[in-house]
Write a protein that binds this ligand. Structure first.
Ligand code: BGC
Length: 720
């Protein structure tokens, strides 16, 4: 394990601290009791704890005056140790970005970094010193409500975006008045909870963990992430928070993380529910032995650690180690020099600046996915009507709304008016219910137009923590509305709002039958939602987003993801599928594959070029392709590079993303896009051991994970 830095300032402070005060640094309380799970401490006790030196940090406190009052009290105590204020600022502080899953569909690391920098600017002036973000749990199961916080199903893409989030938040300088500390979460494998049920257990091989789950954390450590959060789920029988293998052997020793690990909310209490601890004392014991430095929300550390030290079960040096990490972080953040850092009484003046909104708009523009289009989009001069519950809906921010005010959201309705568009409108249905009057009004309005834009979707609270779903369809009142409107013989554009991939098979069928003309997936786009949607409909924005989770054909197909392992009986001959691994009642492929998304342009992919086709341990190959925008509108195209190991020492996924590049193309323009392949590109884990997999590979340069356009290369050890 990498050694923890010893700052003389911190060491000297620690020499003066009592055991109880050190343990106090290891406790984080939830002042307002607003988190979704577990207990909240009685807020009236907070001031007493501060005065006794028994509190190190506070989460989810939103009121600036209270933050200031508590901080001043903390630095007025014997040791003058400032509190640390943490919050879940995940996809925006006040200016709201799209949900994280939507942002990942931008495939634009630079823009994610720029956006996170904007978030850090607002948060660092709003009493936040560390944010519990980014959430990098690999997400292959859209039933899981927390997919909305994730980067989707691919580890490579997630790794690249993790880097951007952390760079944007921390800006390489925790002391800066415009930066905040990042806390990457949750360690580990939380997204693989069985059945997509939040908090459920995970059973996973080491190979799977190392190949598909750990890279974003490794990247975060390289970027000097300030904090890491352990997860709620059990991993191979032991809850992550008490899992020495995960937190000590892998995270501390193998990955070398030497900064603060914080538990998730009251997860130390939950060790009793997981049935691995009989009481508070044992819960505290298991969590400290697994090397969690701060206990969030519950008080097992506070109540039992001193006793555990006194009876010799926990050593004082273990407490010192944890306390040192916490104090080091406060020191690195500059809190000792300036305890009121990030606490401003004029905080609103840093919110919603024009430049911040412009970044949120850019991000929303690159996060809306065009799934189908028969040519109706962009709109021309048709008579249009807007129908459905999301035309005027302000709550299109998604879960974890930071300090947002829904009044800030620009709805579709407001954007249409601001942009002087001519249109008619009817509600048609609320999110969960409708009436004959609403339906017939929607029919009447639609009949008078030639194009109907139908907005439908999940209510924003149907995804997020504790919000898994077993069914991934639309509320029945909205399904009815779609049926009624698509029966009118008009051109219908479906705009879908959701925090996850929904099952869209029915609507794709309607598209193929000509009853629906286009499908736009809007997720929740945040403050600039309406502006992006209207600009996209009218061609001001050319959509460029591509899916980062496969969209299932049916719930029964889940988990369905592009980089699955091959079977011994793949479908090679589509006419003879008798002995192949297959469902008898639906296709094996998802409805929309990973990496898929349309634009208003057409981009032609040329032939792949290789500078050589043999790779050795000490060499590299450059693979390139020319792409041409054959349309008359400028576009952004994501070129995706996948590899397929044709044989090797271990069976590997049918495809693995190993590179991508988003390129701007003017009308008619051709650009050459190149990628480098070396032994690291092709290495793979066998168990927890990284191996060089010599053999034959296909290299694909394509517009989505289902496309065929590849060259072959050989990889061998020979260095001659
Ligand atoms: C969530 C974390 C979050 C924490 C604090 C927990 O319920 O799992 O992601 O950071 O609460 O709000």
């Amino acid at each position: 394990m990498a050694k923890v830095i010893k700052y003389e300032f911190v060491e000297e402070l620690m020499r003066k601290m009592t055991l109880s005060e050190k343990i106090g640094q290891m406790y984080q309380t939830n002042y307002e009791g607003s988190a979704q799970t577990g207990p909240a401490i009685d807020t009236s006790k907070t001031m007493d704890l501060i005065k006794e030196g028994k509190l190190g940090s506070i989460l989810s406190l939103y009121d600036n005056d209270t933050i200031k009052r508590l901080q001043l009290a903390a630095v007025n105590t014997k040791n003058k140790i400032p509190l640390l204020f943490c919050n879940d600022i995940i996809h925006g502080c006040r200016t709201m970005l799209p949900i994280n899953l939507a942002m990942s569909t931008s495939w634009n690391p630079k823009l994610v970094e720029e956006s996170s920098k904007m978030v850090a600017y607002e948060a660092s002036h709003s009493g936040v010193q560390v944010t519990f973000s980014p959430m990098v749990n690999l997400s292959r199961d859209p039933r899981w409500g927390r997919v909305m916080e994730s980067n989707g199903e691919d580890v490579y893409l997630s790794k690249e975006l993790t880097k951007s989030y952390i760079k944007g938040y921390q800006q390489g300088n925790l002391k800066s008045e415009n930066s905040i500390g990042a806390c990457i979460k949750h360690f580990a494998a939380y997204g693989a909870a069985i059945g997509g049920r939040d908090y459920d257990g995970v059973d996973m091989s080491e190979g799977e963990l190392f190949n598909n789950y750990l890279d974003p954390y490794k990247e975060a450590i390289k970027c000097d992430v300030a904090m890491m959060m352990s997860s709620f789920n059990s991993y191979n029988g032991i809850p992550a928070v008490a899992n020495k293998y995960l937190l000590d052997d892998v995270l501390r020793k193998k990955l070398g993380f030497n900064k603060v690990v914080i538990t998730d909310y009251a997860s130390v209490n939950e060790l009793r529910k997981h049935k691995v601890a009989k009481d508070e004392k044992e819960s505290a014991y298991l969590a400290i032995k697994a090397k969690n430095d701060i206990e969030m929300a519950s008080t097992n550390y506070l109540d039992s650690l001193e006793e555990l030290v006194k009876c010799g079960m926990v050593s004082e040096s273990e407490i010192d180690e944890a306390c040192r990490r916490v104090l080091n972080l406060k020191y690195e953040l500059g809190l000792f020099e300036n305890p009121l850092k990030n606490i401003y009484s004029d905080f609103p003046k840093y919110w919603l600046k024009d430049e911040s909104r412009a970044i949120a708009k850019k991000m929303a523009d690159e996060s809306i996915v065009l799934l189908e289009n028969d040519g109706v989009l962009p709109l021309k001069k048709e008579k249009v009507s807007f129908i459905g519950p999301f035309v005027k809906e302000k709550k299109v921010v998604g879960a974890w709304g930071g300090k947002c005010d829904y009044n800030d959201t620009v709805t579709i309705y407001e954007a249409l008016n601001n942009k002087n568009k001519k249109y008619s409108y009817a509600l048609g249905s609320n999110i969960f219910d409708t009436s004959e009057e609403l339906i017939s009004e929607a029919i009447n309005v639609s009949k008078k137009s030639s194009v109907v834009i139908l907005t439908v979707g999940e209510e924003q609270w149907m995804s997020g923590e504790s919000h898994s779903r077993a069914l991934l369809d639309l509320p029945s009142s909205q399904e009815r509305l779609i049926d009624e409107i698509t029966n009118l013989g008009k051109k219908v554009i479906l705009i879908i709002f959701a925090g996850r991939p929904l099952v869209l098979t029915k609507y794709k069928k309607m598209y193929l039958e000509g009853k629906i003309s286009a499908i736009l997936y809007a997720w929740y786009l945040g403050t600039e939602s309406g502006n992006t949607i209207v600009d996209t409909l009218y061609g001001v924005n050319n959509p460029s987003a591509k899916l980062t989770m496969s969209f299932p054909y049916d719930v029964g197909q889940i988990p369905v993801y592009y980089n699955h392992l091959p079977s011994g009986r793949p479908i090679e001959d589509k006419n003879n599928t008798d002995y192949c691994l297959r469902y008898i009642d639906m296709p094996l492929e998802p409805l929309y594959p990973f990496g898929y998304g349309l634009s208003y342009s057409e981009v032609k992919y040329g032939k792949i070029e290789l500078d050589k086709d043999k790779l050795f341990d000490n060499s590299k190959i450059t693979v390139s392709i020319s792409i041409t925008n054959t349309s008359s509108v400028k576009t952004k195209e994501v070129v995706e590079m996948y590899i397929e190991a044709m044989y090797g020492v271990v069976s590997r996924p049918v495809r693995e993303l190993k590179g991508f590049n988003k390129v701007l193309l003017k009308p008619g323009e051709t650009k050459k896009v190149s990628f480098t392949i070396n032994k690291d590109t092709l290495s793979y884990y066998k168990g927890s051991k990284k191996v060089n997999c010599y053999g034959k590979y296909r290299v694909y340069l394509v517009s989505d994970s289902s496309k065929e356009n590849f060259v072959e290369i050989d990889y061998s050890k020979n260095t001659k």
